[in-house]
Design a protein around this ligand. Structure first.
Ligand SMILES: Cc1cc2nc3c(=O)[nH]c(=O)nc-3n(C[C@H](O)[C@H](O)[C@H](O)COP(=O)(O)OP(=O)(O)OC[C@H]3O[C@@H](n4cnc5c(N)ncnc54)[C@H](O)[C@@H]3O)c2cc1C
Length: 446
């Protein structure tokens, strides 16, 4: 984005207004819609990287969207070096490592604070054909500069004894890949953001949906947002980071304007099963089956103007992902389907996830999921899916002070920190570290 001139800004009074019922009018430099991982890390970036004041507004609370359901893997093993998201993801992982290091530098334990673990990741295949593809993948990942290794089924038995891939199977192994706990990481980021409230630079407005835009007649710019309880003016930028709701929200916000904007982001529902304090098998690494990559990129055969209802009923896909978190919970995923905005748990999908995991971990076949009812949790979230498989990060062409940051589908935790950096650089007029052209609004949403 063309640089936005820095203005002297009036700092608002320190406010934390979570669930405040009195209505107010406030002015901030930046107003962010959405307190998921994308919105909160963008807030963090402005707070630590500038002197701007920031408000975060959410219709609910942090982690109520896709973020709260995230499995937490920050992996490169299933990424393609030539893809548009490669540099964004690489940069984000670098920033996550620096983040974990900064936690350590504060005398805190990133494992405790963020659920941070360098477990390495395994992308596993069970046929000779998949094994051949995995070898090619390892070659490409190595050429792209990552430490990557192909493991035969024999190697895998030593590395991950609970896993069974058959004699022809194998895995791509990336020992440097990490994972975190989304809810803990969000809590940590939120706490750090709140330190800026006392300096008058940060405020939260939760349980307070954005309902319309504030626009003055004299300017073509957006001045801020009206929420159910407040008027929030944004002097420099309004950021829309409302996950899978971004498209419908933008549609509503711009309905009465002459700006044609259609953000084709759709909710892609996912289930995860969490088995608490699971002692029946241990994992040394994070695992994902090769089929995940195909399911991730399954395109929806619909035009960007199609309604969510029009893509309902598309085939459910379930591919095995397995991680063990820092407190010994086994987290099994994951499903993908387009069923609108419902987050209702579907027991048949849970059974599917369990059955699929059993294909890779024979021990699970000896166990009955019903026996874990008391120690079982299910997470459901709506991934913000973009039909072209990459997020939208950039200003709205006709309204350069409105920036959209959404559409990270199954990689929002992974790509959060570089997305935040990109958005802040756009607003501050800094040269970007990662080229943002592939993520532009123009040509994809208008
Ligand atoms: C089962 C599952 C597993 C996953 N595993 C991983 C993983 O291992 N690694 C990874 O990188 N990613 C993973 N993801 C993807 C990741 O969780 C998402 O990409 C990411 O959370 C998206 O973040 P977000 O902030 O864009 O959206 P959200 O977290 O959905 O946040 C959007 C926020 O906007 C708010 N909002 C909506 N409308 C309004 C309004 N009108 N006014 C105010 N606020 C509004 C919502 O309440 C919500 O809090 C997973 C997702 C799922 C579902």
């Amino acid at each position: 984005m063309a640089s936005v001139t820095l203005q002297i800004h009036v700092r608002p009074r320190p406010v934390i207004t979570a669930s405040s019922s009195s209505s107010s009018t406030r002015t901030f430099d930046v107003v962010i819609i959405g307190a998921g991982i994308i919105g909160l890390t963008i807030a963090r970036q402005f707070l630590i990287g500038s002197d701007l004041s920031v408000a975060v507004v959410d219709k609910d609370v942090p982690c109520s969207g896709a973020t709260g359901a995230g499995q937490g893997y920050l992996w490169m093993v299933h990424k393609e070096p030539e893809s548009d998201t490669w540099d964004l993801t690489m940069r984000s992982h670098e920033l996550w490592e620096m983040f974990a290091e900064s936690v350590r530098a504060q005398g805190l334990d990133p494992m405790q604070e963020l659920g941070w673990k360098q477990t390495g990741s395994l992308l596993v295949g069970r046929t000779a054909e998949e094994a051949a593809m995995l070898k090619t993948k390892v070659k490409k990942l190595s050429e792209a500069g990552l430490r990557a290794e192909y493991l035969t089924s024999h190697d895998l038995r030593l590395e991950e004894p609970a896993l069974e891939v058959g004699e022809h199977g194998g895995a791509a192994f990336l020992p440097d890949d990490c994972q975190l706990d989304a809810q803990r990481a969000v809590a940590f980021i939120q706490k750090a953001n709140r330190h800026f409230a006392s300096k008058g630079r940060y405020a939260e407005f939760f349980h307070d949906p954005v309902t319309s835009l504030l626009r003055s007649d004299s300017s073509s710019e957006v001045d801020g947002v009206q929420t159910s309880k407040n008027k929030l003016y944004s002097k420099k930028a309004l950021i829309v980071a409302a996950g899978c709701w971004s498209g419908s929200l933008i549609h509503d916000l711009f309905r009465e304007s002459n700006i044609l904007l259609n953000v084709p982001v759709k909710p892609r529902k996912g289930h995860l099963v969490v088995l608490e304090n699971f002692s029946c098998l241990r994992l040394n690494h994070g695992l994902m089956e090769m089929g995940y990559v195909d399911h991730l990129h399954d395109a929806v055969d619909c035009k960007s103007s199609d309604s969510v209802e029009a893509v309902e009923g598309l085939t459910l896909s379930v591919s095995m992902t397995a991680t063990m978190d820092t407190v010994g919970n086994l987290v099994l995923g994951s499903s993908r389907q387009f069923t609108g905005y419902s987050t209702k748990v579907d027991e048949s999908i849970i059974n599917n996830i369990w059955k699929r995991a059993g294909e890779f971990f024979p021990k699970l076949k000896e166990l009955c999921l019903e026996d874990f009812t008391l120690d079982r949790k299910v997470r459901v979230g709506l991934r913000p899916y973009m039909p072209d498989g990459k997020p939208v990060i950039g200003p709205v062409p006709a309204l350069m002070n409105v920036i959209i940051a959404t559409g990270h589908e199954g990689g929002g935790l992974s790509m959060a920190l570089s997305t935040a950096e990109m958005v802040a650089d756009m607003v501050l007029g800094n040269p970007g570290i990662v080229d943002s052209a592939a993520f532009a609004v123009q040509g994809r949403c208008c």
